[in-house]
Design a protein around this ligand. Structure first.
Ligand SMILES: NC(=O)c1ccc[n+]([C@@H]2O[C@H](COP(=O)([O-])OP(=O)(O)OC[C@H]3O[C@@H](n4cnc5c(N)ncnc54)[C@H](OP(=O)(O)O)[C@@H]3O)[C@@H](O)[C@H]2O)c1
Length: 323
């Protein structure tokens, strides 16, 4: 089967399509034919080595597919079931994949393959950020960076539906309208304006209850400036670069902030957590708390182009790879 492999860390050019022998599923594993694959910024971190993985390796952590073969001890699923997943083992950019059954969730009939492959990793992330990392309350003032991005298209409308006042930042003119469509009450183009001053104008000085910051080094200090006393800083990504040092006295102690640097893995440790979170996400899709509009579809051989577009900030919503 065809699979995207990386043999060394580097730019998009290290993503190469290869013929790979897939083998047979182990006793508690299943063989999945992938129907649609999610593109995520974490794939870039794996490719560059920011999040090191043993090489050579496949790449990709999110897909929806149909089970073609089950191992001898598989109890939860059967051949023909449509499933999605958002976790290790890495290797979703492939025509087929072997996964442990405990990492899979069933996909409801009214959720398409493409939507499922956008809302499993990104949707579960939005669910745990809004409900568990910081349980969002009606009336909370939220700052979300990159509000026209893949996760932004899910998290911003969901935060809006929970009754929060949502301020979204974006990096270009064209994304301003998209962020508004994504449920942001206020949109700031941080390529043109100082977002700290703009946030202050909207909610007052130290007015934000929670910042969800997936942009990282470029926005981290400013995000902290916008927070209220005892506000919550949720640093969950590094699209512009990794924040590897925090000045506890200046950054956290000055306003008695709460700070977390979570990952989806911390919120899906037990199978119950994974299943419950996915259920909430699929219910939110079906009840239209957010609407998935796929910004671009790529073929497997164009995975390098997909990474180029993602890193060049050209995508305006979730994108998928169709194997
Ligand atoms: N911790 C977790 O559990 C978890 C899980 C999923 C995703 N994440 C994180 O969530 C964030 C969003 O993920 P996503 O896959 O949906 O990506 P995305 O938001 O579609 O793309 C990243 C966005 O970041 C903004 N950005 C700002 N500076 C950038 C730079 N120097 N280079 C590239 N992008 C830059 C761009 O939007 P503008 O042009 O509008 O600035 C870009 O579109 C990422 O940081 C990702 O790692 C974390």
């Amino acid at each position: 089967m065809k699979s995207i492999q990386i043999n060394k860390f580097g730019g998009p050019e290290v993503l190469v399509i290869q013929d790979v022998q897939i083998g047979k599923p182990g006793p508690k594993e299943v063989l999945i034919k992938n129907l649609s694959i999610g593109l995520n910024f974490i794939d870039v971190y794996h490719r560059t080595g920011l999040y090191p993985i043993p090489l050579p390796s496949g790449i990709g952590l999110e897909a929806c597919g149909v089970i073609e073969e089950v191992g001898s001890e598989v109890k939860l699923f059967k051949v023909g079931d449509r499933v999605a997943h958002a976790s290790m083992p890495i290797g979703a950019y492939s025509e087929k994949q072997i996964m442990p059954e405990e990492k899979l969730v069933s996909v409801p009939n009214d959720v398409s393959d493409e939507v499922a492959s956008c809302v499993t990793l990104k949707g579960i992330t939005a669910e745990y950020l809004l409900h568990r990392a910081y349980p969002l309350k009606k009336g909370d003032k939220v700052l979300y960076h990159a509000a026209a991005g893949g996760l932004g298209q899910i998290l911003c409308p969901w935060a809006n539906a929970l009754g929060a006042e949502v301020i979204g930042t974006v990096g270009s003119k064209i994304k301003e309208e998209i962020a508004k469509k994504n449920g942001c009450h206020h949109v700031i183009n941080y390529s043109e304006k100082n977002f700290v001053e703009e946030v202050e104008r909207i909610v007052g000085k130290n007015g934000i209850d929670v910042v969800y910051d997936g942009v990282g080094i470029k926005t981290f200090k400013g995000s902290i400036e916008t927070l209220k006393i005892r506000g919550m800083m949720v640093a969950f990504g590094n699209a512009s670069g990794y924040v590897d040092t925090i000045d506890v006295k200046k950054d956290i102690n000055a306003k008695g902030l709460f700070f977390t640097r979570p990952s989806i893995a911390h919120y899906t440790i037990k199978r119950d957590e994974l299943v419950e979170s996915a259920k909430k996400v699929f219910e939110a899709v079906v009840s239209k708390k957010f609407k998935i509009e796929i910004s671009k579809k790529y073929s497997l051989k164009d995975a390098a182009q997909a990474h180029k577009d993602l890193e060049a900030r050209l995508l305006t919503g979730p994108a998928v790879i169709i194997p």
